[in-house]
Design a protein around this ligand. Structure first.
Ligand SMILES: [Mg+2]
Length: 123
């Protein structure tokens, strides 16, 4: 099921099925899911802790490390899918809306090659 042919709805449905089969809805409060997502994000970051930027980019050259990183990314995504299911949030619409908001916040002509937010009044 590659990204190019798998919709978010298919993944949300798969997550909902996984949760329902185990009767885990009772544990899936927004609070617990948000906290679980954060824990999994920390597990993802642990793979890059104490190494420099170049070493973090070289993770793609180590199949074992890349697989472990992909595993943690999937954990983060699964919690995000479960949270969107629990809250009834359309994740695609939320992502598109946020990208549009960020495009206004970080205009390309003022933000290209810079990581800082443009100064107020320069927009
Ligand atoms: Mg994990």
């Amino acid at each position: 099921m590659p990204d190019t042919t798998t919709t978010l709805q298919v993944l949300k449905d798969a997550m909902a099925h996984f949760v329902a089969e185990r009767d885990w809805e009772q544990f899936h409060s927004p609070k617990n899911l948000a906290m679980g997502l954060s824990v999994e994000a920390a597990e993802l970051m642990e793979h890059f802790l104490w190494i420099d930027n170049d070493a973090s980019r070289r993770v793609t050259q180590d199949a074992g490390k890349l697989g472990a990183v992909a595993d943690e990314m999937a954990d983060v995504a699964c919690y995000l899918l479960a949270l969107s299911n629990t809250l009834g949030i359309d994740l695609s619409e939320a992502i598109v809306a946020k990208l549009a908001k960020n495009a206004r916040k970080y205009p390309a002509e003022l933000s290209r090659g810079r990581y800082q937010k443009p100064e107020p009044g320069t927009q």
